[in-house]
Design a protein around this ligand. Sequence first.
Ligand code: 5AD
Ligand code: SF4
Length: 478
Amino acid sequence: MTNEIRTAAPHVEEAVIERQRQLCETIEKELMQRGFSEENRPGYYIQTFGCQQNEADSERMAGLAWMMGYRPVSEPDAAQLILVNTCAIREHAEKKALSIIGGYKHVKEKNPDVVIGVGGCMVTQSHRADQLKNSYPYVNFSFDTGALHLLPELIYSALTGGRRQFVSSDTYAVAEGIPSHQEKPYKAWLSIMYGCNNFCSYCIVPYVRGRERSRAPEAILEEARRLIDGGAKDITLLGQNVNSYGRDIGSIDIAGLMRQICALPGDFRLRFMTSHPKDASDALIAAMAEEEKIVPHFHLPVQSGSDEILRRMNRKYTSGEYLSIIEKLKKSVPDVSLTSDIIVGFPGETDADFQATLDIISAVRYDAIFSFIYSPRKGTPAATMEGQVPKEISSRRFEQLLALQHDISRERNQRFVGRTVRALCEEVSKTDPDKMTARAASPRPIHFENNGVPIGEYCDLEIVSADTFSLYGKLINK
Ligand code: 5AD
Ligand code: SF4
C-alpha cells in the first residue's frame, strides 16, 4: 500500500531490502562453516570520517554487520571485515582516508581473508572510485552513498571469491528497513532527509549526496519511537539541509515533524542539524520556543559576513538578512545557544571581506564556531574561480578568527556559572577518569566529579566555573 507513505522520494524496493536480509543470514551461515561460532564471532571494524550523517550511516553499516554475525573489534588487525566510511568535504579528509586505506595493505597481507570495503562521500566521486580500483588492489569493493543497503550483496560476493566491485547508484533512492546498531543507545542520530539542493559554490555535498529526499514522517516517527524505547535520551534529527525537510512532500515541514516527535511519550531531548538560513522559518523558531523537548541550540552556519562573498558562495542571503533571523531567534528563545560554520579564504576574499566576517561574529556572539580554511573541491564552481587566496593569508586570518571566537566563547560560557542545569551524563571524561562528561543545552561539555551517575542518565549539575571550551559542574541530584 504505497499510498500510505507520504513522500515523493523514490524508495528502494522492499524486495531488494528483503534480499539483503536473506543474504545476511546466508553470510552468517557461511562464516560459521568457516570455523567461527557463537563464542568466536568474526570481527568488524568501521572507520568513520566526517559529519554526523556519516556517523549515522556507519551505525547502519554496523547494524548490517551484526545481522551477518560479525561483532565489533577495536583493532583492524583483529577484524574479518573492515569498512571505511569516507568524507570529501575538504582535501584533508580525503588525504586522511586514503592514508588509512593505504595502511590496510599490511592488514590484508597478514590476513588475506579479511574483506575490505570503502563507502561514503569520497568514493562517490568517480575519480576516487577509479583511484581505489587502480591503486588499492586489496580493497574488495566500494559503494557510494546511495548504495549502502547493498552491503550484504557486496560482502557475500567478496567472501565467495567474486570479482572486485565499485558500485555507483544513480537513483539515490531512500532505503528503509536497514537496521542500525548504536554504540551509545542514549544518544541517537536520526536521519530525516538526505541530499542537498543548494549548490553552495564551494561545496561537494550536492554532488556526492544527491538531491533532497525527505523520509516519510510515519517512518521517522516509528524510528523515533524505537529509539526512545531503546533508551534514547538525546535525539538529533539529521540532514544536510535539515530545515528544508518536507518540501518535497508538501504536507509537512521540519517544525511540524519536530512537534509530532515531541508529542511522543518519553524523557528525551530533540536537536537538529544542519540548517540553512534561507529555511530558518518562523514556524521552526516558534517550535523551539514552545516545545520543552527541543534543545534551545541553533546551529545556523553563516559561512561569511561579507555580502559579496556570500553572493559568490551562492548562499542566497545577505549578512543583514542573516542578522535579522538571529534577532528573531534571540527574541523568541531568550537563552538560545548559537553556533556556526565559517569558511576563511574563499576565492576573492579581501581584508575587508574578512573584517566583515569578524564583525558578524562579534555581532551574533556565538557560543562556538566551526571554522575551516577554504579547500578547493574538484567539480565545484569555486574551485575554478579567480582570486584563490594564498595559504599564508588564509592561515593568518584563520588564527585571527579563532582568537576572537575564543574570547567570545569564554565570555558566553560564564552565563551558566551559578545556574543548575539538567544534563545527560554521556561518558567518562577523556582526559581524567575521575571525572564524567555531561551535556545540557549548551554545546559545551560539562565536566564533574564521578560520583556514580550512570552513563546515559540525566542529572542536575550546578555550574561552578567555565572556560573557553568547557563548563565545570557539581552534582546536585542524580
Ligand atoms: N572548504 C572549506 N570548508 C568547507 N565546508 C564545506 N565545503 C568546504 C570547502 N570546500 C564547510 C562549510 C560547511 C561545513 C560542513 O564544512 O562551512 O558548513
Ligand atoms: Fe553544502 Fe551548502 Fe548544501 Fe550545506 S547547504 S551541504 S554547505 S551545498
